[in-house]
Ligand binder design. Structure first.
Ligand code: ADP
Length: 448
């Protein structure tokens, strides 16, 4: 089963954003833990100072301990000093818990009036004749407030950074993948048009994609050269065959003019002449295709009144039409015009109409019609002849493809290939639809 199609750009964005998100989350967690640690160390230092201050301020007055509040503690600090029997010597006020069980100089968290404090005791020490114990506490509130603010900022920043990261990564992925788009577009044009003169633009970054484009362009160049050589060969070979063929035709015609020929000799010469003429047509068609493909066939677009063109073709083919008793209906509106090469377009229509006669039925009809659509024009050549089967239809534009080559010795199998080349030279398309035994319709579509 094929997996759902997710574009590389989306995937790259997803991976990079996830990586950035995890990186940001780890960085934020580190920042938060470091800040918490620093604040805690600061609080502990303040607590130690506060406790030292409290201890120093317990004086010996006449052998008895006395707390002299000479230097008041910081506002958010508390203290208490008590004697060994538990009697309170001095306190900063408030409901301070006793920490007699706590280990000396070890910070502990306590709650005073619903607020959290860090507290520490001094352990007992002797002042005069008494054992005294001091305790100091500093409020954790400001540190907690700072940490809460930091938490809020980091939590809010994380999705914003993720969004920002999506935008940046999407744009960067688009830029990185742009050459792949151009490769796909060129490959697409190659697949539909087979124009091997196309090249892919290099980005100039000299990266792996540029290397790939460079290699593909070299491959295209090699293919282009090979195709050009093949077309040149076809064109040259066709050209070279014309002269000897003309000589054979002319000598055969001369021989046929002799009256002292036996019936058998005459038949043989007639067959040679028929084959020569067919070969001549075939060479002409091969040349047309080769010239169209090498670009050496010049196209001179001009305004064409199609109704007149069809009338001209009808007169030229009147003998063939009459022989098969076929009627050619010219349904082209009088004002219907096309911008096309007069001679090439006439040849194209001639090919289609000759086929319609050849594969039409005796006493049948051929209709040539046209219509203008919003941005294109269509010309239809339809007949009510033998039709083409579903299996043959996709192949009829292939060179030398003939549905019934055994029965039909007059065809070359190149007529429709020539027709298609001419339509391509006019940037159009040629399509066929057919029902076996009912008839065929060829549609030429030109963009305008
Ligand atoms: P050919 O010289 O054999 O006519 P084409 O390239 O013109 O070569 O046509 C290719 C094949 O397509 C033909 O052999 C024929 O079988 C089929 N074909 C073309 N036009 C028609 C048509 N109007 N009706 C039926 N078959 C057709």
């Amino acid at each position: 089963m094929r997996r759902p199609h997710i574009k590389i750009r989306t995937r790259m964005t997803l991976y990079n954003t996830t990586a950035s998100f995890l990186l940001f989350a780890a960085a934020f967690a580190t920042i938060y833990l470091l800040t918490a640690h620093t604040l805690m160390a600061y609080l502990r230092k303040s607590l130690e100072l506060a406790l030292a201050q409290v201890v120093v301020q317990v004086e010996n007055r006449n052998g008895l301990p006395y707390y002299e509040d000479e230097v008041p503690l910081a506002e958010d600090a508390r203290y208490s000093v008590w004697l060994a029997d538990g009697a309170l010597l001095s306190t900063s006020g408030g409901d301070l818990p006793e920490l007699s069980d706590a280990a000396p100089y070890t910070p502990v968290h306590i709650r005073i009036e619903n607020a959290e404090y860090l507290a520490m005791t001094s352990g007992s020490f002797t002042v005069g004749s008494e054992q005294v114990c001091a305790m100091a506490a500093v409020s954790c509130e400001s540190a907690q407030r700072v940490l809460m603010m930091l938490r809020l900022i980091l939590i809010a920043a994380l999705p914003l950074l993720a969004l920002f990261s999506v935008a940046i990564n999407f744009a960067v992925a688009g830029k990185i993948l742009a050459p792949i788009h151009s490769i796909t577009q060129t490959a697409d044009k190659l697949a539909s048009g087979g124009d091997f003169s196309l090249r892919m633009p290099e980005s100039g970054m000299h990266d792996e994609l540029d290397d790939l484009i460079h290699t593909l362009n070299r491959m295209l160049e090699t293919l282009d050269e090979a195709f050009r050589r093949e077309r040149r060969f076809t064109s040259d070979a066709s050209h070279e065959l014309r002269t000897p063929l003309a000589v054979i035709t002319s000598y055969t015609e001369n021989l046929l003019a002799y009256s002292a020929l036996s019936e058998e000799q005459r038949d043989s010469l007639q067959t040679i002449l028929t084959e020569c003429r067919r070969m001549n047509r075939l060479i002409g068609q091969m040349l047309s295709i080769a010239r169209a493909q090498t670009g050496s066939l010049s196209v001179h677009p001009e305004t064409l009144f199609l109704q007149d063109t069809i009338d001209g073709i009808r007169s030229a083919l009147s003998e063939q039409l009459a022989k098969r008793n076929i009627v050619l209906h010219n349904d082209i509106p009088a004002d219907f015009t096309l911008i096309a090469d007069q001679s090439l377009f006439t040849q194209l229509l001639l090919n289609l109409i000759e086929n319609a006669i050849k594969y039409g039925k005796d006493g049948g009809n051929i209709t040539v019609s046209a219509k203008s659509l919003s941005n294109k024009k269509q010309i239809m050549v339809s007949d009510d002849g033998i039709g083409i089967s579903e299996t043959d239809l996709p192949h009829i534009f292939e060179r030398f493809y003939r549905v019934d080559a055994v029965r039909d010795r007059s065809g070359t199998g190149l007529g429709l290939s020539v027709a298609q080349e001419i339509v391509h030279l006019h940037n159009g398309t040629l399509q066929a639809s057919s029902t076996l035994g009912k008839g065929t319709c060829f549609v030429i579509t030109l963009e305008h």
